[in-house]
Design a protein around this ligand. Structure first.
Ligand SMILES: CC(=O)SCCNC(=O)CCNC(=O)[C@H](O)C(C)(C)COP(=O)(O)OP(=O)(O)OC[C@H]1O[C@@H](n2cnc3c(N)ncnc32)[C@H](O)[C@@H]1OP(=O)(O)O
Ligand SMILES: O=C([O-])CC(=O)C(=O)O
Length: 370
């Protein structure tokens, strides 16, 4: 048996959703740079689900569907209020999404139509859950979703209770486009493993949220912000990062399993971070981030990944740090659900092997002698 730790380089499935070839990321064959500049998140979600960009009337239809599905059952909202104080936001999302299945009469309907409908519904409801969780945590009442707005707009509206400004909506929308899908990343793989047993789509998404939560994956964006807060000021960057590197600690937001020459999404987030800094007249987070990059890339050759500059972007948008990874989940719900639909279409149980390294020829010692 050849063991490939972390399944590095193993090709575990075929997929026509997104590709990373020679460091270039595409969704359905369209370069992420093109999508980041020229498509909205809803257009991208449509692209991932249906394999093509929507016409205006198809997009209108999707927006209408998302608007109709966005409200979550009252019992789910009520149960959010019962979660212990200090509940981790991703744990809350994982639990709440799992509970959505209890109120969906089609939860176990495995027809193609029902699964696509559930994909759109899950996409529509995740932002509502996150905004409601954040408000309840802050002692406020949840705000009902608005019809006829984009997911980025609606999320900021439900979070803050005021109409968001257009710059913030545009920035969040672009961040959602950039995070929407990424081939066989850990959370997407987790979703595919779960549904490959022919379990339901809610189970797949619940698994995916659990996998995204970890700091080696989606949780890194929050961990980057913790680091920026610990650093505190520009003048502390050098001693802080040097000490971490000397102690062989990982610098969050750097490195990638697949990209060795840089993550093509990072430049867009860096640009956004710079522009938002300029607009708000506060460049400190951006400049601190650039300095960290200079040192880490200079000393270790490691490049920033998608999580690095998203931390300064979201903070500049006034989003609390524990919502960064849930926002990643808002976006990735589109990719997860597209992959789940693709898995159902061409399913085979995912069941690799392990090389056994434990003791052999053991016997049961009677309990009194153990
Ligand atoms: C959306 C996303 O999921 S993007 C990734 C988000 N995660 C992070 O930003 C967390 C920090 N980064 C990491 O932990 C890693 O780079 C990962 C998990 C992303 C990729 O991990 P792997 O492909 O398994 O690489 P691995 O962890 O084996 O690292 C290879 C070498 O580079 C080093 N390295 C990798 N990333 C970092 C980092 N961020 N800081 C310091 N050193 C690092 C490792 O210590 C290791 O060094 P060694 O060979 O001397 O032991
Ligand atoms: O692909 C990966 O391993 C992690 C990643 O960048 C993502 O999920 O966006």
């Amino acid at each position: 048996m050849t063991v490939t730790k972390g399944l590095e380089g193993i090709v575990a499935t075929t997929s026509s959703i997104s590709s990373i070839i020679d460091g270039v990321l595409t969704y359905r064959g369209i370069n992420i740079d093109d999508l980041a500049e020229n498509a909205t998140f809803e257009e991208v979600a449509y692209l991932l689900w249906y394999g093509k960009l929507p016409s205006q009337s198809e997009l209108n239809g999707l927006l209408k569907q998302i608007g109709e599905y966005a409200a979550v059952p009252a019992s789910v909202l009520e149960s959010l209020k019962l979660y212990p104080k200090n509940t981790n936001s991703m744990a809350a999302l994982r639990t709440a999404v799992s509970s959505l299945a209890l109120y969906d009469e089609q939860a176990n309907d495995m027809s193609k139509e029902a699964n696509l409908r559930k994909a759109i519904k899950i996409q529509a409801q995740i932002p509502t859950l996150i905004a409601a969780f954040a408000r309840i945590r802050d002692g406020k009442e949840p705000i009902a979703p608005k019809q006829g707005t984009s997911i980025a707009h609606n999320f900021l509206y439900m979070l803050n209770g005021t109409e968001p400004d257009q710059v913030a909506v545009k920035a969040l929308d672009q961040a959602l486009v950039l995070h929407a899908d990424h081939e066989l990343n850990a959370s997407t793989f987790a979703a595919r493993v779960t549904v490959a047993t022919l379990s339901d789509i809610y189970s797949g998404i619940t698994s995916a949220i659990g996998a995204l939560k970890g700091p080696l994956h989606g949780g890194a964006n929050e961990a980057v912000m913790v680091m920026l807060e610990e650093i505190g000021s520009f003048s502390n960057v050098e001693p802080y990062i040097n000490e971490k590197l000397a102690n062989k600690e990982k610098i969050m937001g750097f490195g990638h399993r697949v990209y060795k020459n840089g993550d093509p999404r990072a430049k867009h987030l860096q640009k956004m971070s710079r522009e938002l800094g300029k607009l708000t007249g506060n460049m400190e987070l951006y400049e601190t981030s650039v300095k960290i990059e200079e040192i880490v890339t200079g000393q270790k050759g490691l490049k920033p990944n998608v999580d690095f500059y998203s931390a300064s972007v979201y903070t500049t948008l006034g989003i609390p740090r524990d919502l960064f990874t849930p926002i990643f989940a808002i976006s990735r719900a589109s990719g997860w659900t597209a992959h789940i639909l693709e898995q159902y279409d061409n399913n085979r149980l995912i069941r690799p092997r392990a090389e056994y390294t434990g003791p052999v020829d053991q016997k049961v010692t009677p309990i009194a002698q153990r």
